[in-house]
Structure formats: C-alpha cells, structure tokens
Design a protein around this ligand. Structure first.
Ligand SMILES: [Ca+2]
Ligand SMILES: [Ca+2]
Length: 168
C-alpha cells in the first residue's frame, strides 16, 4: 500500500514495508501504520525488490527519482542498508546503534528514526525498473517502517511503486 503526498510536479510516495507480501511484520505503536518489518540478515542474501513504473507527465522529459527517507528502528549494533539500481549501489544508510552498550535489552524497537536522504536524484524514461534494498545487519537485525520516494514529472495517475517483493 503506497500513498502519495504533494501536488504538481514534485510528489512524495510512501511505501510501508509491512505491506510487502510475506514480510515478517511486528506491531510497533510508534511506527507508521503501527507496524514494521523485521529483517535479520547477517550475510546480505535477503533483499526487497521494488518495481517502479515510470510514466512521464510531460512525455518529452524523463522522470526524476530520489529516495528521500527510510524510517526504521534499531536495537543492538548498527546495520547497513543499500539501494541498488542496475547492479550499482545508488545510496546507503547506516542505522544508529543502540544507546545501551554491550547489553541489548530490546527497548529501542519502538523508537522510530529517519535516515534522511538515501540517494541522489536519478532520471529514467517511461518503463518498468527494479531497485533492490539490501541490508547487512547484526545478530538482532533492523526493523524497516517505511520508505519515501520523491518523483518529479511522474504522471499523477500512475503509482510509481507497482510492486514490492521480499526475496529470502
Ligand atoms: Ca541492528
Ligand atoms: Ca510501517
């Protein structure tokens, strides 16, 4: 389930991670939609594949895309989350480690944090594209709440997120 905010040329579309099929979701009262997706991935094999359907509002111009935020929570050590497009990393964030050092009590899973900007803006023509989210986590993992994608010149009648798959 994705919802789009803003109007005119520049829009922000939010996708809740727990809405992805087979996502191992958790109740978190402070999270957007009151849920997160728990990801434990020591070796980076699991990933989330977003399918993007770009449809320029002005046909002679490309669609601009930029991932502007990932909301998450973390307990334990930090984790690295990377977005990959055309087999190239296009942006990474490192989650904030637990405030409690060495002894992780699991008290911080309901503290939702914002990464801020994840990628620069990149431009694509009309078509379908995949962006993969790859996380390399500590033993305790990370919880993903939602991701925000800015679009410039996307047809407002076409949802930019046309699919999201959890690949285990
Ligand atoms: Ca962690
Ligand atoms: Ca959520």
């Amino acid at each position: 389930m994705a919802k789009t905010l803003g109007q005119g040329d520049r829009r922000y579309t939010e996708l809740e991670f727990e809405s992805i099929a087979n996502a191992p979701w958790q109740w978190r009262s402070n999270a957007s939609g009151n849920k997160t997706m728990r990801l434990e991935n020591l070796n980076g094999v699991k990933k989330i594949r977003f399918t993007l359907c770009a449809e320029p509002a002005i046909p002679t111009q490309e669609v601009g895309l930029a991932f502007t935020d990932i909301q998450y929570s973390n307990d334990g050590l930090s984790d690295t989350i990377t977005l990959v497009f055309n087999n190239e990393p296009i942006g990474s964030i490192v989650t904030t480690p637990s405030k409690e050092k060495r002894i992780f009590k699991g008290h911080e899973w309901n503290e939702i944090q914002s990464s801020g900007r994840v990628t620069m803006m990149f431009f694509v023509g009309e078509g379908m594209y995949h962006v993969d989210l790859v996380a390399v986590t500590d033993d305790w993992g990370v919880e993903l709440d939602k991701i925000v994608l800015r679009t410039d010149n996307q047809d407002p009648n076409v949802n930019i997120f046309c699919g999201a798959t959890y690949i285990q």
